[in-house]
Design a protein around this ligand. Sequence first.
Ligand code: SF4
Length: 350
Amino acid sequence: MSTSLDLRTVVLPEQARMDLPVPTLGSLSPSRAGDFMTCPLLYRYRTIDRLPQTPSSAAARGTLVHAVLERLFDLPRGQRTPEAAADLLTLEWERLCEVEPELAALFADEGELAGWLTSARALLDGYFSLEDPRRLDPAERESFVEVVLPTGLRLRGIVDRVDVASTGAVRVVDYKTGRSPGEAFEGKALFQMKFYALVLWRTRGEIPALLQLMYLGDREVLRYCPDEADLLATERKLLALWQAIERATLAQDFPPRASKLCGWCDHQALCPEFGGQVLPWPAALPDPAALAPHHAAHAATHPSDPSAARAVGRVVTGAAVVTGAAVVTGATMGGTRLRAVLPATRRSTP
Ligand code: SF4
């Protein structure tokens, strides 16, 4: 009689198998997935080499405006006015400078800073032209969402806002401080929103009724009603993307792909497209389970944010990571200038 345990004969009870954590294949956030699709070398430098990003006034303005729009909803409904948002702008700028003192060095003098703050205020005015925040109470703001798919691919990201109507219909909202894309690029813009919709669907069991991108730069709204086929296609695309990343990692080959986005790239000096030499492959690769850089930054700048706190010590159960139930509120939907992009089968919006 053999005394050794034949692992092939061990059959776990159904519940025990469901409680086993799914081995993680790797992690993707919308921005990292977007990096790889834009330029594999950019993905490598940001995610594998972890090269530092040069702070820019445009990125800082985006962070500031997002912070103001998050805090605006801390105020009672009646106080959510453009004047209150302008006051928050000053307060949030001071707070951001405390967290990241190098931000203040982006501006040569007080005049330059004042002009930059005015441009941030114009974006907030753009927000108020699209929506009246006194008419809604978001269910979640700056919410960290995460899921491990049955394939082992971990998806994670931070959703700017989740609204839940009295009917239970969920709207996912993302603020953009730039201008809206042309029609040819709408699919790329919506990819990030479908990513979030997929995570929410896989963690909460409901497909969001509406995905809404609010472009404060030119005061446009892009809306989309996803369906199951959309999200399944997004899931397949993400898995294929991860497989391409794995192949590139094995081959240590992340080729550059030049585009007009190169103008915003920090790594031109290390890019063959600009006469530079690619860095040698790093001796040690980062832990794939490590927090995505953007989330680590979010947790650092939102110490009191329950969503940031939830991200630490998260428990993986079966194929999903539960982030907590959405709170139903009386969020008002609609009432904005609309550029709708809807699948032919779903033309109605909540
Ligand atoms: S400069 Fe352009 S091609 Fe080179 S790494 Fe950056 S995005 Fe890629």
